[in-house]
Write a protein that binds this ligand. Structure first.
Ligand code: G6P
Length: 624
């Protein structure tokens, strides 16, 4: 993970870099730093253990030199504890070359051993530092001092040194490198970690994600694996790792920079919870009708023949996206298509079950999750076709998958995923309904009924959100509990898992999601007097069984908080009720998840937790 920024132009680089780092903090936030080159070609650097605000405050007190080229980094530790020494940027022995890196250099110990023998001195425990020393070594072999003495232009030397160093690296990296002797050029390289170039007017940017530079430009080039970019103030050139020049056309990003701001909400998470009606609406827009599948064919180029011929679906994803996959399984199977779901990180050994008869659906908000990308590669190697559901234009997943269906949720900044989850579920319904029609597993008239009800969902989410005040009061009553159990059956079981995950992520308390029917086979033992049990008990064919499970929990002293609709409210006996509007059972997860997100949010708020940046987590996990 980690966030990278780079700038070259006419403005003071540090301001732009720090501002960009603030927007990338969701990628990691245990330490950070910036470096640049002054007009007198001096390399300067500032790092802190902690957040970007601390770096900003330090720079305000002790300003850096005013260079117009620089690089920045916000870190999520992999090798080496979070500390100032391990914070990026890292420099070579002579403090001439400086680097920021995201990813893992797998052969760093071998390289470090070699570099130590040739006299390099290391100042950190990171894998990254070997890269900067390796570049220093390559510069030596390219006889820089000789080249400088001869007045040779140093840019090709710098490029070649970085290129040769990269050739020795194994693992994943996105990096930006600066050399004090060559202040008019920044080098950026990418291998299995995201990197995007922002193209401005007389200025250019490097970042892990477009949100870092959207304020300045919407024109971007997403780098591919195996590429180096030579970034100058008025031009960018692209090369492969063999040094061959490449052509790239920029894309225009539709997101607005204000979309990545809090807009009056206390936290991004709360703002994003409130954006969910729009997330569903945007993900559905223009995609449901006509039902004959033309839309899928035109938009994502998914041939009807493939849909007709597949024998099953395999969903792979991580974290919250995995829960969307579990909902997807119920939806696809409801329409007669056998579906399996796996954590991407557990998929390896099962990849061999994939063949041309199985459509693999990879779900990922960021499109950069390393576990998901590896699983996709394995599935493709076994002969599977991969359809990506993602929120991120230009992400690695979009380039590796055969087909892409975007969720149009806008940037999600809160580390705990909310609106992206609802968008992923919405995308599953869109696909499942179309597949069912194309495979003739449903009559069009029946599909129409689902579509009509589905189109009401954004308004019903708004109604659910209107209950926020009541939900916050319930959450406050239980905010000091150390354990929470979430139970539900059938299509709402993944929502119980998601409810438990949300509260774990942002409140750091123990929470378990369980299939309500399974509770009696084990977890019932942990119930104690006063323990909060959140039960999803909306109208369904399973309701009477859920009611039994609620009674079982109450009999052991649980305080049951029931998520009900107006009809099931009459049947369920609980300590507290949270009422959501009634909809079709199959669509109910789109509503029942809302109070659980809000519940988690208000528990975390009462506990004064850092809601948008929970400890130990990162939004996009680009290591395996
Ligand atoms: C991280 C985040 C989770 C997210 C998961 C998958 O662990 O903290 O919130 O659900 O990655 O992310 P993706 O971008 O692939 O959906």
């Amino acid at each position: 993970m980690c966030g990278i920024t780079g700038y070259i132009g006419k403005k003071i680089a540090t301001d732009i870099l720090v501002d960009g780092l603030k927007r990338l903090e969701y990628r990691g936030y245990d330490s950070c730093g910036v470096a640049g080159i002054s007009p007198k070609s001096e390399l300067y650097l500032k790092r802190v253990s902690g957040r970007v605000d601390a770096l900003d405050a330090l720079i305000a007190k002790d300003p850096l030199k005013k260079g117009v080229v620089g690089i920045g980094h916000t870190r999520w530790a992999t090798h080496g504890v979070p500390s100032e020494d391990n914070a990026h940027p890292h420099t070579d022995c002579n403090k001439q070359v400086v680097i920021v890196h995201n990813g893992i250099i797998e052969n760093y110990l071998d390289l470090k051993g070699r570099l130590l023998k040739t006299g390099h001195k290391f100042k950190s425990e990171t894998d990254t530092e070997v890269v900067v020393h390796l570049i220093e070594e390559k510069l030596k072999t390219l006889n820089v001092s000789g080249a400088a003495a001869r007045g040779a232009i140093l840019e090709p030397v710098f490029f070649e040194a970085v290129r040769r160093a990269i050739a020795e690296l194994q693992g994943s990296f996105a990096m930006a490198v600066l050399w004090a002797k060559c202040p008019n050029m920044l080098l950026a390289a990418r291998q299995h970690s995201p990197l995007v170039i922002g193209l401005g007017d007389g200025e250019n940017f490097i970042a892990s994600d477009v949100s870092a530079f959207l304020k300045y430009t919407k024109k971007a080039v997403f780098m591919n694996d195996g590429e180096i970019a030579a970034v100058k103030a008025d031009s960018v050139s692209y090369f492969n790792f063999q040094g061959k020049k490449l052509d790239h056309s920029p894309v225009t990003i539709q997101w607005d920079s204000t979309m990545a701001e809090k807009g009056g909400y206390k936290h991004f998470m709360l703002k994003e919870i409130h954006e969910q009606p729009e997330s569903v609406e945007n993900t559905l827009r223009g995609r449901l009708l006509p039902l004959n599948g033309d839309i899928l064919q035109q938009e994502i180029n998914l041939p009807s023949e493939l849909i007709k011929n597949i024998k099953g679906v395999q969903i792979i994803a991580c974290g919250t996206a995995y829960h969307a996959g579990l909902v997807g399984r119920y939806v696809f199977e409801n329409f007669g298509l056998p579906t399996s779901v796996d954590f991407a990180s557990e998929f390896s050994d099962r990849a061999k079950i994939v063949n041309k008869d199985i459509l693999v659906i990879a779900v990922s908000q960021s499109g950069e999750t390393a576990d998901t990308l590896y699983a996709v590669r394995e599935a493709k190697a076994s002969g599977g076709k991969v359809l990506a559901i993602t929120n991120t234009l230009g992400s690695t997943l979009t380039r590796e998958a055969d087909f892409v269906l975007y969720t149009h949720c806008g940037p999600e900044i809160g580390v705990a995923s909310t609106k992206a989850f609802i968008g992923q579920m919405a995308a599953m319904y869109v696909l499942a309904i179309h597949f069912a029609v194309i495979r003739k597993n449903i009559f069009e008239a029946d599909a129409r009924k689902y579509v009509d009800e589905f189109l009401k969902i954004p308004r019903l989410i708004e109604d659910t959100l209107a209950g926020e005040g009541a939900i916050s009061k319930v959450a406050e009553c239980f905010a000091q509990s150390e354990h929470f159990l979430f139970i539900a059956r059938h299509i709402n079981f993944p929502i119980a898992l998601e409810g438990a995950l949300k509260i774990k992520e942002i409140s750091y308390v123990h929470a378990e999601g369980y299939a309500a029917g399974e509770m009696k086979h084990g977890p019932i033992a942990i119930i104690y007097k006063g323990m909060p049990v959140l039960a999803i008990a909306t109208t369904s064919k399973m309701l009477s069984l859920v009611a039994n499970n609620i009674e079982e929990a109450k009999a052991r002293g649980a305080e049951v908080i029931a998520i009900v609709d107006e009809d099931s409210r009459k049947i369920i006996k609980a300590s507290k009720y949270i009422v959501v509007p009634k909809t079709l059972e199959i669509l109910s997860p789109l509503l029942t998840v809302i109070p659980l997100q809000l519940f988690a949010y208000f528990v975390a708020l009462s506990k004064k937790c850092d809601i948008d940046k929970p400890r130990n987590l990162a939004k996009s996990v680009t290591v395996r």
